[in-house]
Design a protein around this ligand. Structure first.
Ligand code: 5GP
Ligand code: ZN
Length: 114
Protein backbone atom coordinates (compact mmCIF):
# COMPACT_ATOMS: atom_id res chain seq x y z
CA UNK A 1 0.00 0.00 0.00
CA UNK A 2 1.26 3.46 -0.79
CA UNK A 3 1.57 5.47 2.39
CA UNK A 4 -1.27 7.95 2.70
CA UNK A 5 -2.51 7.04 -0.77
CA UNK A 6 -6.17 7.88 -1.06
CA UNK A 7 -6.81 5.24 -3.73
CA UNK A 8 -5.11 2.52 -1.64
CA UNK A 9 -7.34 3.53 1.25
CA UNK A 10 -10.43 3.30 -0.94
CA UNK A 11 -9.21 -0.10 -2.24
CA UNK A 12 -8.76 -1.31 1.34
CA UNK A 13 -12.21 -0.05 2.35
CA UNK A 14 -10.69 2.42 4.81
CA UNK A 15 -12.40 5.28 3.01
CA UNK A 16 -15.96 4.43 2.03
CA UNK A 17 -16.71 4.95 -1.62
CA UNK A 18 -19.36 3.78 -4.06
CA UNK A 19 -17.57 1.14 -6.07
CA UNK A 20 -19.33 0.71 -9.43
CA UNK A 21 -17.23 -2.22 -10.58
CA UNK A 22 -14.45 -4.36 -9.21
CA UNK A 23 -12.48 -7.42 -10.20
CA UNK A 24 -9.21 -9.05 -9.14
CA UNK A 25 -7.19 -6.29 -10.76
CA UNK A 26 -9.02 -2.98 -10.58
CA UNK A 27 -12.08 -1.10 -9.41
CA UNK A 28 -14.11 1.85 -10.68
CA UNK A 29 -15.50 4.86 -8.82
CA UNK A 30 -16.99 8.18 -9.88
CA UNK A 31 -14.60 11.11 -9.72
CA UNK A 32 -15.39 13.29 -6.71
CA UNK A 33 -15.00 16.44 -8.84
CA UNK A 34 -16.41 15.43 -12.23
CA UNK A 35 -15.06 17.24 -15.29
CA UNK A 36 -17.85 15.84 -17.49
CA UNK A 37 -21.32 14.32 -16.97
CA UNK A 38 -19.66 10.90 -16.88
CA UNK A 39 -16.30 10.94 -15.12
CA UNK A 40 -15.12 7.60 -13.80
CA UNK A 41 -11.78 6.51 -12.43
CA UNK A 42 -10.44 3.03 -13.17
CA UNK A 43 -7.94 2.23 -10.44
CA UNK A 44 -5.70 -0.82 -10.08
CA UNK A 45 -5.91 -2.54 -6.67
CA UNK A 46 -2.13 -2.53 -6.48
CA UNK A 47 -0.31 0.74 -5.83
CA UNK A 48 1.66 1.71 -8.92
CA UNK A 49 2.56 5.21 -10.04
CA UNK A 50 4.50 5.69 -13.23
CA UNK A 51 4.21 3.98 -16.56
CA UNK A 52 7.99 4.02 -16.92
CA UNK A 53 7.90 1.23 -14.31
CA UNK A 54 5.56 -0.82 -16.47
CA UNK A 55 7.03 -4.29 -16.80
CA UNK A 56 5.69 -7.32 -18.64
CA UNK A 57 4.08 -8.62 -15.42
CA UNK A 58 1.88 -5.55 -15.38
CA UNK A 59 0.68 -5.75 -18.97
CA UNK A 60 -2.30 -7.77 -17.75
CA UNK A 61 -3.17 -5.08 -15.24
CA UNK A 62 -3.23 -2.38 -17.90
CA UNK A 63 -5.28 -4.57 -20.24
CA UNK A 64 -7.79 -5.28 -17.48
CA UNK A 65 -8.08 -1.56 -16.74
CA UNK A 66 -8.90 -0.78 -20.38
CA UNK A 67 -11.42 -3.61 -20.46
CA UNK A 68 -13.09 -2.31 -17.29
CA UNK A 69 -13.19 1.17 -18.82
CA UNK A 70 -14.89 -0.15 -21.96
CA UNK A 71 -17.41 -2.14 -19.91
CA UNK A 72 -18.22 0.87 -17.76
CA UNK A 73 -18.59 3.10 -20.81
CA UNK A 74 -21.16 0.62 -22.12
CA UNK A 75 -22.94 0.59 -18.76
CA UNK A 76 -23.01 4.39 -18.69
CA UNK A 77 -24.42 4.48 -22.23
CA UNK A 78 -21.62 6.55 -23.76
CA UNK A 79 -20.16 4.12 -26.28
CA UNK A 80 -22.14 5.48 -29.23
CA UNK A 81 -21.68 9.12 -28.29
CA UNK A 82 -18.01 8.57 -27.55
CA UNK A 83 -15.72 9.01 -24.63
CA UNK A 84 -12.12 9.72 -23.72
CA UNK A 85 -9.64 7.80 -21.60
CA UNK A 86 -6.82 9.79 -20.08
CA UNK A 87 -3.91 9.13 -17.77
CA UNK A 88 -2.00 11.89 -16.02
CA UNK A 89 1.67 11.31 -15.37
CA UNK A 90 3.74 13.78 -13.39
CA UNK A 91 3.68 17.47 -12.61
CA UNK A 92 3.03 18.97 -16.04
CA UNK A 93 -0.07 16.81 -16.44
CA UNK A 94 -1.46 18.05 -13.13
CA UNK A 95 -1.44 14.54 -11.65
CA UNK A 96 -2.77 14.82 -8.11
CA UNK A 97 -2.95 11.21 -6.98
CA UNK A 98 0.22 9.18 -7.46
CA UNK A 99 -1.63 5.89 -7.90
CA UNK A 100 -2.13 5.05 -11.57
CA UNK A 101 -5.68 5.56 -12.79
CA UNK A 102 -7.59 5.90 -16.03
CA UNK A 103 -10.05 8.77 -16.30
CA UNK A 104 -13.15 7.84 -18.33
CA UNK A 105 -14.82 11.01 -19.56
CA UNK A 106 -17.96 11.40 -21.61
CA UNK A 107 -21.62 12.33 -21.71
CA UNK A 108 -21.05 15.59 -23.59
CA UNK A 109 -18.84 16.93 -26.36
CA UNK A 110 -15.43 17.10 -24.72
CA UNK A 111 -13.10 20.04 -25.23
CA UNK A 112 -9.92 19.77 -27.28
CA UNK A 113 -7.02 18.07 -25.59
CA UNK A 114 -4.32 20.33 -24.22
P1 5GP B 1 -5.23 13.02 -11.36
O1 5GP B 1 -5.16 14.51 -11.45
O2 5GP B 1 -4.27 12.49 -10.30
O3 5GP B 1 -5.09 12.33 -12.67
O4 5GP B 1 -6.70 12.68 -10.91
C1 5GP B 1 -7.08 12.37 -9.62
C2 5GP B 1 -8.59 12.46 -9.60
O5 5GP B 1 -9.04 11.85 -8.40
C3 5GP B 1 -9.11 13.89 -9.62
O6 5GP B 1 -9.92 14.06 -10.77
C4 5GP B 1 -9.89 14.02 -8.31
O7 5GP B 1 -11.07 14.76 -8.45
C5 5GP B 1 -10.15 12.57 -7.93
N1 5GP B 1 -10.21 12.30 -6.51
C6 5GP B 1 -9.32 12.73 -5.57
N2 5GP B 1 -9.68 12.26 -4.36
C7 5GP B 1 -10.81 11.52 -4.54
C8 5GP B 1 -11.65 10.80 -3.62
O8 5GP B 1 -11.44 10.73 -2.43
N3 5GP B 1 -12.72 10.16 -4.18
C9 5GP B 1 -12.98 10.21 -5.52
N4 5GP B 1 -14.06 9.53 -5.95
N5 5GP B 1 -12.21 10.88 -6.40
C10 5GP B 1 -11.14 11.55 -5.90
ZN1 ZN C 1 -2.09 3.75 -3.84
Amino acid sequence: MGQDCIFCKIAAGEIPSDVLYSDDVCFVIRDIAPAAPVHLLVIPNQHFTYLDGLTAERHGMVGAMFQAAAQMAAREGIVKSGYRLSVNQGDDSGQMVDHLHLHVLGGERLGAMA
